[in-house]
Design a protein around this ligand. Structure first.
Ligand SMILES: [Zn+2]
Length: 334
C-alpha cells in the first residue's frame, strides 16, 4: 500500500506539486504505450522499473533478471532521508511501468510526490509487505524504516516483488517466481553467516555505535547492542545531550571502535572520538558502513549482498571477532 504520511507544505514541496501536476498533464494517458520519450528508447519487451534506493533496486534486478530495466534514483552515498526529487526524476517516474520505493517514510522528502503519482501508475512501498509484528517502532510510534539491515526480513520482499512484476508481465511468471526463490536462498545463507560472524565478537565488546539509528534491525537479527547519535532519520540534529550520553558509554565501557556511515557526514562521530579522548579513552573509527545507500556500482559493495557482507566483516573485525570472507572474490574481505 502506498504510504499516506502527510508532510507540511514547504515552498519546495509546493514547487514539486506543481511540477508533478504539469508533468502528469503533459504525459497524458500514454503510460502503457511503448514510446520514445526524450533520448530514451523504452523497449517494448522489458518492464521499465523505477526504484528509489539501491537496496530496493537490487532485489528487483534479482527477481526481474533480463526482463526488467531498472532505473535507480539514489546512487552511492546518497541519503534517502534528505533526497528531494528533481524534474528529471519525476519524468523518470512517469516513464516507468511501475515504481518501487522502500517506504515507512525512509524517502521522507519524496512522500508527497509519490502519493501524487500513485494516481497515475503502480507505486509500491515494498517494505510495507513485511508483517507488522516484525516492525520496530520508536517511542513516538514511528516505524523504523531500515528493514534491509535484517537480511532474512529483507528477503521476504522477493516473492511480493515477483507477484507485482507478474501483474505486468504474466508470461514470465515462472521465471520471476524461480528467481525470487533462488535469491531468498542466497540471502538466507548470508543471514546465517551474519549470525555466526557476530557471535565471534567477545560479548563485552558487542556494541555497535553509528551516526544514526539505522542498525536496530541489524542489532535484533545478529544479537549486537546498537546505539546511534541521530534518530531514525538524519533530518533530526544530534543533540549535545545525546553526544554526552554516548561519550559516557564509550569511556565507561572502554569501547574500542565506532563506525561512520557512507551516506552521513562524519562530524558527529568525530565529536564522540574527541569527547572520549578528553576522558583519556582512545576510541578509533572501526570503518565505514553502508547504512542507507549501497557502494559504488563498480564495487563489491554496490550490491545488497556485497554491502551487507562488508558491513558484517567490518563490524566483526573492528570489534575483535573473526570472520571468513562470505564472497570468495570480495577484495575487501581478504
Ligand atoms: Zn537512515
Amino acid at each position: 500500500m502506498p504510504n499516506t504520511i502527510q508532510t507540511n507544505k514547504s515552498p519546495q514541496t509546493l514547487w514539486i506539486s506543481v511540477a508533478v501536476f504539469l508533468l502528469i498533464t503533459i504525459a497524458g494517458c500514454s503510460d502503457n504505450q511503448p514510446s520514445l520519450q526524450g533520448d530514451r528508447d523504452i523497449k517494448a519487451d522489458t518492464i521499465n522499473v523505477l526504484a528509489t534506493t539501491g537496496m530496493v533496486a537490487d532485489l528487483i534486478r534479482k527477481v526481474g533478471g533480463s526482463q526488467v530495466d531498472v532505473t535507480q534514483l539514489m546512487g552511492s552515498g546518497v541519503d534517502p532521508h534528505l533526497y528531494k526529487p528533481n524534474r528529471d526524476d519525476i519524468q523518470s517516474i512517469l516513464d516507468s511501468d511501475i515504481v518501487f520505493y522502500s517506504g515507512y517514510h525512509l524517502e521522507g522528502k519524496m512522500t508527497s510526490t509519490l502519493n501524487q503519482l500513485a494516481s497515475q501508475k503502480r507505486v509500491i512501498a515494498i517494505a510495507e509487505h513485511i508483517n507488522e509484528d516484525q516492525l520496530i517502532q520508536d517511542q513516538q510510534g514511528q516505524v523504523d524504516p531500515h528493514l534491509w539491515m535484517d537480511i532474512e526480513l529483507w528477503s521476504k520482499l522477493l516473492p511480493p516483488i515477483a507477484e507485482e512484476l507478474i501483474k505486468i508481465s504474466p508470461d514470465h511468471a515462472t521465471e520471476f517466481r524461480d528467481n525470487a526463490l533462488e535469491a531468498v536462498d542466497e540471502l538466507q545463507q548470508l543471514h546465517k553467516f551474519g549470525i555466526d560472524a557476530i557471535s565471534t565478537i567477545p560479548e563485552s565488546k558487542r556494541v555497535l555505535i553509528t551516526s544514526h539509528d539505522a542498525f536496530q534491525y541489524f542489532g535484533r537479527a545478529y544479537q549486537i547492542e546498537v546505539a546511534g547519535i541521530q534518530g531514525l532519520s538524519t533530518e533530526s540534529e544530534a543533540g549535545l545531550q545525546r553526544i554526552n550520553e554516548l561519550v559516557d558509554m564509550i569511556a565507561s565501557r572502554q569501547i574500542s571502535a565506532i563506525f561512520v556511515e557512507s551516506s552521513v557526514p562524519a562530524k558527529n562521530i568525530d565529536s564522540l572520538i574527541e569527547g572520549a579522548s578528553a576522558r583519556s579513552h582512545q576510541v578509533k573509527i572501526g570503518g565505514e558502513l553502508y547504512s542507507d545507500a549501497m557502494g559504488d556500482v563498480s564495487s563489491e559493495q554496490g550490491t545488497y549482498i556485497g554491502m551487507m557482507a562488508h558491513n558484517l566483516k567490518t563490524v566483526v573485525q573492528s570489534l575483535g571477532g573473526t570472520v571468513e570472507p562470505f564472497l570468495p572474490d570480495d577484495p575487501s574481505t581478504k
